[in-house]
Design a protein around this ligand. Structure first.
Ligand code: DGJ
Length: 688
C-alpha cells in the first residue's frame, strides 16, 4: 500500500509504494536530499538512516550530494537542475523550507529562496498499485526571472561498485536500439534537440551496478513524460557518486517567467526493481497501464493500414479493394494513410490542406467509410496536423505560421515545415479542422503523424520565443485531450515517422504508438525488445507486411512475420491484393489465433526470453519465440520459461500435452532450429 509520512524530529519524509520506499530529508541548510530509494523500509528503519552527509574532501569539492533538485548556489558542482537568473543578477536558489502538504499519495515540499521572492515546490506522488514514484517541480516567481534550466527532478542511487547505464539509441527505422554501457566518470547527457522525444534517444534510463541481468540484480530507472526536446544529464564523480537530473527542453534555451506565473514541469518518474531488468520493465508496464494510458483495459483492435500497399497512390477503388481483403483476414479497423486530402499526391505538396481530394474521392469519404463499416470494421484516417508543405494553400495564405527566423533560411525536411502550435491561432485552426473531420466523417481512429524535426525554431517579434519548444508540445497535448473529450469513441495512434514520439507524455493521450517504419520482422525483434523495456505490449503497434520487405528487401516467412508482430498490438500493412489465396487463408488463421491470445499479450505480464517473449495472464501463458539464420553448428539453448508456478501443471492448448511448471522453468522447451532460415513458434498454455 502506498503511504507518505513525515517525521518532524528528523525532518524526513517516507514515501512507500507496494514494493519500494523513498526517503527525502532536509539538510542543515534546508536543501532537500535523498536518503534512500530502494527496498521497502518501515518507519523505524527509515528513521535509523544516517542523515544527509556533508561531502567534500577539499575546498574544490561539492559539500552536498544526493539533492532532489541541484541548485547553483553553494559548493555544488554537479549538473544544475535549477538555473534561474533573478532581476539583480543573482542566480540559483538558496533553499528555505516553508512547509509541506500530504494529500493521500501526493507530497508537496514547499521552498522559497532566502533573499528573493521565488517559490519552488517539489512534488511527489505514489500509488497503491504502482511502484513508480512520480516527481515534478513547480516554480512560482514573484519577480521576473530568466530560467536557463528547470528540471523535473534529480535522482541518485546508493554507492555501487560500478554503474551501468541502459538506454536506447537509433534513428529513423532503427528506433529503440538497446545500449548497456558503463557510465563514464564525468558527465553523460541523453537528449533530444529535435522538438520531439526522438528516434535517436528516448527519455528513459536504467542504472545498475553492472551486475544485473534480466531476472536478477537491483535496477533503478526513470522515464520522463514529455514529447518534445528533453535532457537527462548524469554526473559520475571521480569519488564514485552518481546522480542524474532530467527535464524538458535542451541546453541553451531560456524562458522568461513573469511574476505570478506558474511553471509546471512534466513528470519524471522513477522505478526501483530488486530483480533485474525484466522486473523493472514489468513495473513500468503496470504503471503505464494503471496511471498513464487513457483506456488501458480496452483490447487494441487488429488494424489494417494501407500505407505500405499503395503509398501516396490512394483512391477510393484501391482502398475499397484493400478493405474487403482486410476484413477477410480479420482486421477490425481499417486505416487510410497519407494522401487522401488536398493536392497531396506525393510528399512535396498539399500538406496542410485538410479537405478531401475530390479527384481521388469524387463523392467524398462517405462511400468508403460506409463500405468499411459494412464490412464490420472501424474507420481510421492519417493526419499530420503540425506540418505544412510550402506548396499548399495553407502556407501560401499563412507563411508566418511556421517556425522561422527572419534572417535565416527555412530548412525543408521531407519537403515540409513545422507549424508553430505555440501560436494560439494556429493551434485553434488545427483543433477546429480536426474536430470537424472527426465529427463529419464518423472517424473512429486518427493516426497522428509528425515527420520532421524542428529547425530555425523562432517566432519573430516574440521576446520569449524559446517558450515555443514547450508551448508547442502543450498545445498538441491540449488538442488531443479536447478531441478525446469531445469524441469519446475516438482512438489515437501516435506516430512520428515511425516511433519518433514514444514517451509517457504522448501515451497519456493516445492508445498506441506506431513503433517503427521498419516492418521487417527480423529487425523488429530488436526494436520491440528496446520498446518493451518501459512501454507495454498493448501500446506497441506491430504490422505484418510483405515479403521481401519493401524497406530492407529481406524475405521472411509469413508465420515468422506474424509471430513477431503478435508480441504487440497486431496489425496488417501489406499489399493484400498481391497475397496469394494460400497466404490470405494462413493470415486469417493467424489473426484468429491472435484474437485468442490477445488478452494474454495485451493485458498479461511480460517475461523476455533469450529469443522470444512470454506473457502470463491469469491461468494462461503465451510464448512467442523466433530465431533468424545461424551458422552451422551454432548452439541454441532450450527456451527456459519464467514466472510460472513451479508446482503447477500447464496444458498445451493445441496439443493437449501437460507440462510441469518446474520443468518448463528449469529444462525449458526444445530449442528452435532455424539453420539457414527463419524459425518461430507460438505456444499457448493453460494452468490445469
Ligand atoms: C510516416 C509514418 O511512419 C508512415 O507509417 C506513414 O504514415 C507515412 N509517414 C505517411 O507519410
Amino acid at each position: 500500500m502506498r503511504s507518505v509520512t513525515f517525521d518532524a524530529s528528523s525532518r524526513r519524509w517516507l514515501l512507500r509504494t507496494p514494493g519500494t520506499s523513498y526517503v527525502v530529508a532536509l539538510a542543515d541548510d534546508d536543501a532537500p536530499r535523498c536518503l534512500h530509494w530502494g527496498p521497502a523500509l518501515t518507519a523505524e528503519q527509515a528513521a535509523s538512516l544516517p542523515g544527509p552527509a556533508a561531502f567534500g574532501a577539499s575546498s574544490f569539492d561539492s559539500t552536498a550530494g544526493e539533492e532532489e533538485l541541484v541548485s547553483e548556489v553553494g559548493a555544488r558542482f554537479e549538473t544544475p537542475s535549477l538555473q534561474v537568473v533573478l532581476p539583480d543578477g543573482d542566480r540559483g536558489i538558496e533553499w528555505r523550507h516553508d512547509g509541506h502538504e500530504i494529500d493521500g499519495g501526493h507530497l508537496t515540499l514547499r521552498f522559497s529562496d532566502r533573499r528573493h521572492p521565488l517559490l519552488v515546490e517539489l512534488h511527489y506522488r505514489v500509488h497503491d498499485d504502482s511502484d513508480a514514484i512520480e516527481r515534478w517541480t513547480v516554480l512560482r516567481p514573484q519577480v521576473p526571472v530568466t530560467v536557463l534550466r528547470c528540471d523535473s527532478a534529480a535522482w541518485s542511487v546508493p554507492a555501487l561498485d560500478g554503474y551501468r547505464l541502459s538506454h536506447v539509441t537509433g534513428g529513423w527505422s532503427s528506433e529503440h536500439a538497446l545500449s548497456r554501457t558503463e557510465l563514464a566518470v564525468g558527465e553523460t547527457a541523453l537528449t533530444s534537440r529535435r522538438g520531439l522525444s526522438s528516434h535517436h534517444a528516448n527519455p528513459w534510463l536504467m542504472i545498475d551496478g553492472g551486475d544485473a541481468g534480466e531476472r536478477h540484480g537491483e535496477v533503478w530507472s526513470c522515464a520522463l513524460a514529455w514529447s518534445g526536446s528533453w535532457r537527462v544529464t548524469f554526473t559520475r564523480t571521480p569519488s564514485g557518486r552518481v546522480n542524474w537530473t532530467g527535464g524538458f527542453g535542451h541546453e541553451g534555451l531560456t524562458w522568461r517567467l513573469e511574476p505570478g506565473e506558474e511553471w509546471v514541469t512534466p513528470v519524471f518518474a522513477g522505478v526501483y526493481a530488486p530483480d533485474g531488468y525484466g522486473e523493472a520493465s514489468r513495473r513500468w508496464h503496470d504503471h503505464v497501464a494503471r496511471h498513464v494510458l487513457p483506456r488501458p483495459d480496452e483490447p487494441r483492435p487488429v488494424v489494417y493500414n494501407a500505407w505500405e500497399a499503395v503509398g501516396f497512390d490512394v483512391n477510393e477503388a484501391n482502398q475499397r479493394d484493400l478493405a474487403r481483403l482486410a476484413a477477410r483476414v480479420g482486421a477490425e479497423l481499417f486505416v487510410m494513410d497519407d494522401a487522401w486530402f488536398g493536392g497531396r499526391t506525393g510528399d512535396s505538396a498539399g500538406l496542410g490542406d485538410w479537405w478531401v481530394n475530390d479527384e481521388r474521392f469524387p463523392d467524398g469519404l462517405s462511400p468508403l467509410i460506409d463500405e468499411v463499416h459494412r464490412l464490420g470494421m472501424r474507420f481510421g484516417l492519417w493526419v499530420e496536423p503540425e506540418m505544412v508543405n510550402p506548396d499548399s494553400d495553407l502556407y501560401r495564405a499563412n507563411p508566418d505560421w511556421v517556425l522561422h527566423m527572419p534572417g535565416r533560411s527555412r530548412t525543408l525536411l521531407r519537403n515540409q515545415l513545422v507549424l508553430n502550435f505555440a501560436r494560439p491561432d494556429v493551434a485553434d485552426w488545427a483543433h477546429k479542422w480536426l474536430h470537424k473531420l472527426v465529427s463529419e466523417h464518423a472517424v473512429d481512429f486518427l493516426k497522428w503523424d509528425f515527420n520532421r524535426a524542428f529547425t530555425e525554431a523562432g517566432r519573430p517579434g516574440d521576446p520569449d520565443q524559446d517558450r515555443l519548444w514547450i508551448d508547442h508540445v502543450r498545445a498538441v497535448y491540449s488538442i488531443m485531450d479536447r478531441l478525446r473529450a469531445d469524441h469519446p469513441h475516438l482512438r489515437i495512434e501516435a506516430c512520428a515517422g515511425g516511433g519518433g514520439r514514444t514517451d509517457l507524455g504522448i501515451l497519456a493521450r493516445t492508445d498506441q504508438v506506431w513503433t517503427s517504419d521498419n516492418t521487417d520482422a527480423h529487425d523488429r525483434i530488436a526494436i520491440q525488445r528496446g520498446f518493451s523495456q518501459v512501454y507495454p505490449a498493448r501500446a506497441m503497434a506491430a504490422w505484418v507486411t510483405d515479403s521481401p520487405n519493401p524497406l530492407t528487401g529481406r524475405a521472411v516467412p509469413l508465420r515468422f512475420r506474424f509471430h513477431v508482430a503478435m508480441a504487440g498490438a497486431l496489425g496488417l500493412g501489406g499489399d493484400l491484393a498481391r497475397w496469394s489465396e494460400a497466404e490470405l487463408s494462413e493470415a486469417a488463421e493467424l489473426v484468429a489465433v491472435y484474437k485468442d491470445i490477445r488478452p494474454v499479450v495485451q493485458f498479461g505480464r511480460l517475461w523476455r526470453l533469450p529469443y522470444g517473449v512470454q506473457y502470463v495472464h491469469g491461468d494462461r501463458v503465451v510464448v512467442l519465440a523466433w530465431h533468424g539464420p545461424v551458422a552451422f553448428g551454432t548452439p541454441i539453448a532450450p527456451l527456459r520459461l519464467a514466472g510460472l508456478d513451479p508446482d503447477g501443471r500447464y496444458r498445451d492448448e493445441d496439443t493437449g500435452t501437460v507440462h510441469h511448471g518446474a520443468v518448463l522453468m528449469s529444462r525449458g522447451l526444445p530449442p528452435l532450429t532455424p539453420g539457414g532460415g527463419y524459425s518461430s513458434t507460438l505456444l499457448r498454455l493453460r494452468a490445469c
